[in-house]
Design a protein around this ligand. Structure first.
Ligand code: NAP
Length: 523
């Protein structure tokens, strides 16, 4: 059985105690173990701050972009190996695993392109400047320079490759060294991803370190120049955020957490292409990666008069999903990733079923195609139907991290739909399907403040729309309130988290010279 080691201070560290088992969720068989016992976290932080940071800061954005490009290439070359690990450790079918693995290389490649365009400079200039006195002899401009600490990245279990890459791309491009910590239960893909990058020898020493297992005292050692980027549950986020040292030092913290995303069908006549996009998206966003996506659809808001028809069509399509061991070629949806996820999904559906009627699925574990009876963490597509938006609070608050969504009726007004979206107290993405511009405008005006991204499914966007669950690197990923209040990706938005804004004041000629010198430029 494989033992996953940590990569710290330029060496692989193998623990000798404190192991946690990793299992194949299709069979329950133990396949690896991981522990970070014995890792010297203070030394790892010092290595990042004192060796990795200076090496990255000595490079321009274009040079750091080359590092990202080389990382993307190295990972792409080993795609098959990563997909296989994704299958055995997270239970993904090949297309669902590719969503994670290709998402990782695509994001790195995108940021490599962005970095190239930023060119041969080592800081960013945010504005043209402003006169601060009667003459230009007192002038102000804002620069963004790399922070001097280490970035710690704590990731959720569901995206071991993409979670690593989306944070790595922004951090390394900004010039900040990183220590990545994948969720232990599904760490095999992230472990191999880091090993591939290390073997490729593309990064300077100290730029990338990996912790497999617990974080020990790492987070307690973070200070004012460091950064913590966390993805996971709202509960863990609240616990981590509350650490004394982080509050005292005002360590930069970004949180990506839970989200009860809504798909909203607009009332009245909707173009056929829009309607088809709605059904295709909802089924995909419920079942891709067995619903274990922070961007998955959890609530389906449908005008009352269309509810029966939508329920029938979704039920028909969900019945076509084949749940089982992805090693079997007929399978289209794998198991949940861990026994704990299965237990939580069962508990969560039981809570929802107090407020809504089960329409598809039993709310309990099922046997999977291609897996022995009683083995594996299989949970079929599950659709519930609430009698009204006011049926209870769980339908708007309880995130069931599996292939589970609830149909919720509404009267048809954009304002009412937007208000219902907001009942989840902050979401990552809201998809809305309709072709009536005034209705969509009113919906965006109402829902925009409570969700990080609005995906407009219309007749014109339908042929090109990739699905609402994809966090494209060009646009923002993150949402207000319960979704964590964080901001990732979005081009330079995600990079800025790792940069420090400094206002420069002085004579215009001097300010401009420093801002636009040979290594600077205007964003
Ligand atoms: P989790 O239990 O909160 O764990 C997330 C990460 O935090 C893991 O790496 C975990 O490590 C670590 N962790 C837990 N307790 C810790 C502690 N006391 N100190 C330091 N690290 C700690 O979440 P999860 O079950 O992996 O992920 C599912 C959740 O993530 C869902 O709620 C989902 O909505 C959310 N999610 C959000 C996004 C987004 O972008 N907004 C993306 C994906 C997932 P161990 O595994 O070693 O415990």
């Amino acid at each position: 059985m494989e033992t996953l080691s940590s990569y710290v201070c330029g060496k692989w560290h193998e623990a000798s105690e404190g192991f946690q088992s990793l299992v194949d969720p299709s069979t329950g068989e133990e396949i690896a173990m991981a522990s970070s016992a014995g890792v010297d976290f203070a030394a790892a932080l010092a290595f990042a701050r004192e060796t990795g940071g200076p090496a990255l800061r000595a490079l321009t954005f274009a040079q750091r972009a080359d590092l990202l490009k080389a990382m993307a290439r190295a990972l792409r070359d080993r795609r098959d190996e990563l997909l296989e690990l994704s299958r055995i450790n997270t239970g993904t079918t090949r297309p669902h695993g590719a969503f994670d693995v290709d998402g990782a290389t695509g994001t790195l490649a995108y940021y490599a392109g962005l970095g190239k365009r930023l060119g041969d400079r080592s800081h960013l200039v945010e504005d043209e400047g402003v006169q601060l006195a009667r003459t230009e002899e007192f002038w102000g401009r804002h620069l963004l320079v790399p922070r001097r600490g280490a970035a710690v990245h704590v990731n959720a279990f569901n995206f071991p490759a993409w979670g690593f890459a989306e944070k790595a791309a922004c951090s390394l491009l900004a010039g900040m060294p990183m220590i990545t910590k994948p969720a232990t239960a599904t760490a095999m893909v992230a472990h191999r991803t880091v090993a591939i990058v290390v073997e490729a020898g593309v990064l300077p020493p100290g730029a990338l370190q990996l912790v497999c297992g617990g974080t020990g005292d790492l987070l307690d050692l973070l200070g004012p120049q460091d950064a913590l980027a966390f993805t996971g549950s709202a509960e863990t986020a609240a616990y981590l955020r509350d650490r004394d040292n982080l509050r005292r030092a005002n360590t930069r913290v970004n949180v990506e957490a839970d989200s009860l995303n809504a798909a909203v069908l607009a009332p009245g006549t909707v173009a056929e292409a829009t309607r088809e996009l709605f059904f295709t998206d909802v089924v995909r966003e419920m079942t891709q990666k067995t619903g274990q996506k922070c961007t998955a659809v959890r609530r389906i808001l449908v005008p009352e008069d269309a509810l029966d028809q939508v329920e029938a069509e979704l039920s028909r399509r969900l019945a076509e999903v084949v749940t089982g061991n992805p090693a079997d070629e007929s399978v289209t949806m794998g198991p949940l990733a861990t026994a704990q996820q299965l237990e939580d999904a069962e508990r969560g559906v039981a809570e929802l079923a107090r407020e809504a009627r089960l329409v598809v699925g039993s709310g309990e574990r099922i046997d999977g195609v291609g897996s022995p009876a009683g083995r594996g963490f299989f949970f079929g597509p599950t659709l519930l139907r609430a009698s009204s938006a006011d049926a209870g609070s769980a339908i708007h608050r309880r995130e069931v991290f599996g292939p589970v969504a609830t149909l919720v009726p509404y009267g048809g007004s954009a304002e009412e739909a937007a208000e219902m979206v907001g009942r989840a107290e902050g979401t990552l993405v809201t998809s809305v399907y309709g072709d009536d511009s005034p209705w969509l405008e009113a919906f965006v005006a109402g829902a925009g403040a409570t969700t990080g991204r609005i995906y407009l499914g219309t007749e014109r966007s339908a042929p090109a729309a990739p699905g609402s669950g994809i966090a494209l690197p060009q646009t923002l990923h993150g949402g207000p309130g319960r979704a964590g209040g964080g901001e990732e990706l979005g081009g330079l938005v995600g990079v800025r988290f790792y940069l420090q804004r400094v206002a420069l004041q002085g004579a215009r000629t001097m300010v401009d010279r420093i801002a636009e010198g040979p290594s600077a430029g205007v964003e």
